[in-house]
Design a protein around this ligand. Structure first.
Ligand code: GLA
Length: 379
């Protein structure tokens, strides 16, 4: 076997694979609703070399100063979860192509793990995108998105929707993507919000409920659909359910299922309403909707946590923050705030102090810039 050259200076290929934000439309993707995400300027960088072997692959993460090797003819799940993101992608590619050969890959990331900006999709999609280039697999971008999602379902065990992978691969600089998660039709919507900025506040907590409870939410929605479908056979997902229809089932659905479905049905409408507002530069409407989404996620969908609620409540005291909410799967990670540029520094300072006083945890804050999706880094 060829010596692994993780310090090589000549790489066959370098890929940048970004994390994502989502303006609005949370937990709607797996219910076939709409989402409004985009990639941001935080990324995992992949450096690839073909290593000349037919079978042996070596992966190294500089951030975690750790790595592992595997053989292409015996890919199997690992005990270490992060390895499953890699192995899952390899497995899914192997279902579509027999062209993979041995490679070395080094990862560098500036996406904080567990912060709700989807370092996992960045990892899956960057790897799939890179191997597609390196071995000329001829997979389309959409195939890369879909196989990465399947990797997360089959190897990692999170039954995620398609939003994160889609945003990581398909995003366009200075735009958000209005994605219909049923048809996968999409539209790039310019995000012109000057003098406002998109500010993320990272709680730096990640309650380990996250992945289990995520799958529970998904099956609660499916349970609601199953009951509604008995009277309305054309209903295949909550996408097909209106609030009038849902209200008919108030006494037939358990209180919990009714709450979950109510949130999704309302959020689905809120995304379209927000896009209409964005197109007319009605930024206060965007902000108002973000707060409503947070309330729904907190009280109806129950995927928030005290740290996230604290930061969203804190933002309400600032006229310069026009909207804020938890972002992503929930139970920790970041809040997304739309804030006037002049107030960014003082808001970060005061929120950090208040958060530290309350939880004795250091807040981290960064501005997110809507950016290009996964791409080949050119010199
Ligand atoms: C996670 C999942 C996405 C989506 C969000 C919630 O990020 O990976 O598919 O469901 O949660 O909107």
């Amino acid at each position: 076997m060829k010596e692994i050259e993780f310090n090589a200076s000549n790489w066959d290929l370098i890929i940048d694979s970004p994390g994502r934000i989502n303006i609005i439309g949370e937990h709607t993707d797996y219910n076939h609703g709409f989402v409004l995400p985009t990639a941001i300027d935080k990324k995992i960088q992949f450096k690839f070399n073909k290593n000349g072997s037919l079978n042996t692959c070596n992966i190294h993460s500089n951030n975690f100063n750790t790595g592992f090797s595997f053989e292409l003819d015996s890919v199997a799940k690992s005990e270490k979860q992060w390895e499953n993101y890699v192995l899952g992608v390899i497995y899914e590619i192997q279902q579509l192509s027999d062209q993979l050969q041995g490679f070395d890959c080094v990862l560098d990331s500036d996406i904080p793990v567990g912060s709700g900006i989807s370092s996992s999709a960045a990892l899956e999609c960057g790897l799939a995108f890179g191997l597609n280039e390196l071995f000329d697999l001829k997979l389309s971008k959409l195939t890369i998105v879909e196989l990465s999602q399947r990797a997360e379902h089959n190897y990692v065990g999170t039954k995620c929707g398609i939003m994160d992978q889609f945003a990581s691969v398909m995003s366009k600089k200075d735009h958000v993507i209005l994605l219909d998660c049923q048809s996968l039709d999409f539209e790039y919507v310019p995000i012109k919000i000057e003098p406002f900025k998109i500010l993320l506040l990272n709680t730096n907590v990640s309650h380990n409920l996250a992945s289990g409870e995520y799958n529970v939410r998904r099956s609660q929605c499916e349970e609601g659909v199953k009951i509604i479908k008995k009277r309305y056979p054309d209903v295949h997902s909550l996408r097909d359910v209106s609030s009038t229809m849902l209200n008919e089932f108030k006494n037939e659905l358990s209180e919990v299922i009714f709450k979950r479905c109510t949130y999704v049905v309302e959020e689905k409408e809120r995304v379209l309403n927000t896009v209409a507002a964005l197109k007319k530069s009605l930024l206060h409407k965007l902000g108002e909707n973000m707060y409503k989404t947070h309330e729904g996620l907190q009280n109806l969908y129950e995927v928030s946590c005290p740290e996230l609620d604290f930061l969203v409540d804190f933002s309400r005291n600032y006229d310069e923050v026009i909207g804020a909410r938890m972002m992503g799967g929930g139970f920790g990670g970041c809040t997304i705030n739309i804030i006037h540029q002049d107030a960014v520094a003082s808001f970060i300072k005061e929120a950090s102090k208040a958060y530290f006083d309350k939880y004795k945890i250091k807040l981290t804050a960064f501005e997110a810039m809507p950016s290009e999706g996964t791409s080949i880094k050119t010199a």
